[in-house]
Design a protein around this ligand. Structure first.
Ligand SMILES: C[S@@+](CC[C@H](N)C(=O)[O-])C[C@H]1O[C@@H](n2cnc3c(N)ncnc32)[C@H](O)[C@@H]1O
Length: 287
């Protein structure tokens, strides 16, 4: 049997769909012109699609502007980014704690892409967290130094090679992106988990309004646009997120995302099941 090469993940990211990307791709139609990710994060699904030659081009959007600046740098200046990461990785050795604080302070002034990559590689759970002033405030994970420079370089180069010339970036609210999509697009939506964080006044929203999101999906249905949504799910008996309403006429599938790392830490063996919803025009196209 032929072994499938693993898709690279250059940007460590909490909530990445890397582990279940191949199961999500199984629900794609045969022909995909443009794959749009309005909540791109680390873009695990687009990277996996590009690895398999699915999609002629990609639109990556995320409301977090510094993250999208990192994405731009990664694809257009991979060597520069890999070198800048390598410099930071070596500079930290022997004084990891203070160095993390220095880089974090600098990032909050400059939003330098290499600083962001270093912070994500080193912080707890690779989680992007901001305070009310919009400053990155996650803390370092003292058990790890971040991916070694040679490994990070390999991931960056591979991803840049996969996406170069075929990707557009933006840092808009998802609603603006959806308004610009057409029936030629396939949209994969992976909004932030409901009930996580959620300061409505923050510049970088960590939750979104359920009603507004459902209204945006209803608009896509009216415009005959195909999409998939990762939304609610459960770990063991614990439910997370509110299911999407029946009125949207979505087909709901369940994906086994494996053992939850949180549950494993607590000595439990709970599996995480994530819902994947297919839009009416998509389920019609693949049935
Ligand atoms: C669950 S993560 C996506 C993870 C992604 N699928 C991956 O594989 O890494 C949700 C993303 O939505 C972004 N986001 C939150 N609110 C947004 C909004 N209103 N518009 C666009 N992006 C938003 C967050 O910055 C975050 O990166």
């Amino acid at each position: 049997m032929k072994r499938r090469l693993a898709a690279p993940q250059p940007i460590p990211y909490q909530g990445s769909k890397r582990r279940i990307a191949s199961q999500i791709l199984e629900c794609f139609p045969d022909e995909v012109e443009r794959l749009v990710e309005p909540f791109a994060g680390s873009a695990a699904v687009s990277i996996a699609a590009a690895m398999r030659g699915v999609g002629a081009c990609y639109w990556l959007n995320d409301g977090n502007a510094p993250l999208m600046a990192l994405w731009r740098e990664l694809v257009t200046q991979p060597d520069r980014l890999a070198t800048a990461y390598e410099t930071r990785w070596h500079e930290q050795l022997g004084r990891e704690r203070e160095y993390f604080q220095e880089v974090r302070g600098r990032f909050n002034h400059t939003h330098d892409p290499a600083d962001m990559l270093y912070l994500l590689a080193r912080c707890v759970k690779a989680a992007v967290r901001y305070n009310a002033r919009g400053e990155f405030n996650n803390t370092p994970d003292h058990r790890r130094c971040g991916a070694r420079p040679a490994e990070m370089k390999r991931r960056i180069e591979k991803t840049a090679e996969l996406l170069r010339g075929a990707v557009q970036f933006s840092a808009q609210d998802y609603q603006h992106v959806l308004k610009q999509c057409t029936p030629h697009d396939l949209i994969y939506l992976d909004p932030p988990y409901q009930g996580v964080g959620g300061r409505r006044d923050s510049r970088y929203l960590t939750s979104l309004d359920h009603e507004t999101f459902c209204a945006a999906l209803a608009q896509l249905n009216q415009r005959k646009i195909r999409y998939l949504v990762s939304y609610d799910g459960r770990t063991g008996a614990k439910q997370f997120g509110e299911p999407l309403p029946k009125s949207l006429q979505l087909v709901r599938l369940e994906i086994n995302a494996g053992r939850s790392s949180q549950a494993t830490l607590l000595g439990r063996n709970a599996q995480t099941i994530e819902s994947l919803y297919l839009s009416p025009y998509l389920s019609k196209a693949i049935s």
